[in-house]
Write a protein of this length. Structure first.
Lengths: 85, 246
């Protein structure tokens, strides 16, 4: 179970650090927050290569869900840009 | 149904906290940083709730009880028979189904040559001589080998990857391994092992749990019998030397 704890602690540190850094930098756009969270979560998950098949499968499902949200954010941004023009 | 483990409760806690933060930021405080924190907590809760399905249901204490019982019975059997010879770890191709340990009951100083598949019995014959018999037993290495997704190839890199995946990813009993192979000897270095080893007679015969697992996986990789030549723990590392037989 140690590897799962380590994985979760890594994800928590990375995401919370990003939150603090972006807030300190004066960032207010939630799209940017969310996009960075998704990218970081996917990268950290890929770095933990020694998960078993079951763990990888459930984490892939979470990855797809998060990526779906990222896609929606991207579509909304494109729509917004098109409406401006 | 929700499995009641710490991951479930922490995941649910984070999910509720995330929703509360997100709602509060939109309806009360109108603060984007609070909303960002809420999103962050919700993502972490998704990950924890997904991981709860992957962690084992059986508490570690129960696993420890089962392991101790098996090891005690094996130690009693070996001590009663007064066996002094070292076990030979044989691949599944020579022992049917999965790799096992073979303990010769008689030894004339030379290592037995096992060239054909042994019968699936506790007392197995490996040669034509009346004294060519031994105990064919399953060890924790036999079961651990079954946890590997694919059979590793006969190279030090593939064995290293398989052992790291097993020790670090599946069993969580070490932080990593390093494997080198030369002149029919495989040297394995295990970083930060977290499994205690006894020094009783069964340990001298079969080897420690880490060495047992390593020998079984190596036997399966090389598809040849293996023997634990040496094992020792020093400076937070566990060193195992395996000899490739045959």
């Amino acid at each position: 179970m140690k590897i799962y704890n380590r994985y979760f602690i890594t994800i928590a540190i990375v995401l919370l650090s990003t939150t603090v850094i972006l807030i300190a930098a004066g960032q207010t756009s939630l799209d940017i927050f969310y996009s960075l969270y998704v990218i970081e979560a996917l990268i950290v998950t890929e770095l933990f290569v020694y998960f078993n098949k079951k763990s990888r499968r459930v984490l892939n499902i979470v990855g797809v869900m998060l990526f779906g949200g990222f896609g929606i954010v991207l579509c909304l941004q494109v729509l917004k840009a098109l409406l401006i023009f | 149904m929700l499995r009641r483990n710490s991951y479930s409760w922490t995941g649910l806690g984070l999910l509720v906290a995330g929703i509360v933060f997100l709602s509060a930021s939109f309806f009360i405080f109108h603060a984007s940083w609070l909303a960002a924190l809420g999103i962050c907590l919700i993502i972490m809760s998704f990950i924890l709730l997904a991981l709860r399905k992957a962690i084992p249901n059986i508490p570690p204490e129960v696993c420890s009880l089962l392991l101790e019982t098996g090891v005690d019975n094996m130690a009693a059997l070996i001590e009663e028979l007064g066996i002094r010879t070292k076990a030979i770890y044989i691949p599944s191709s020579l022992s049917n189904k999965y790799p096992r340990a073979f303990i010769p009951l008689h030894s004339n100083g030379s290592t037995p040559q096992i060239t054909r598949a042994l019968p699936q019995r506790l007392i197995a014959r490996y040669g034509s001589d009346p004294e060519d018999i031994g105990l064919l037993i399953s060890t924790i290495g036999s079961a651990a080998t079954g946890m590997l997704e694919t059979k590793p190839g006969a190279t030090s890199n593939e064995l290293e990857s398989a052992l790291t995946s097993l020790f670090t990813g599946r069993l969580g009993i070490a932080d990593g391994t390093r494997v080198t192979y030369q002149n029919n000897h495989i040297e394995i270095e295990i970083n930060k092992p977290r499994l205690e080893t006894d020094t009783d007679l069964s340990h001298q015969c079969l080897g420690g749990p880490l060495a047992t697992i390593a020998a079984s996986v190596a036997a399966e990789s090389w598809d040849k019998p293996m023997q634990i030549a040496q094992e020792e723990q020093r400076k937070g590392k566990y060193y195992i030397e395996l000899e490739v037989l045959g």
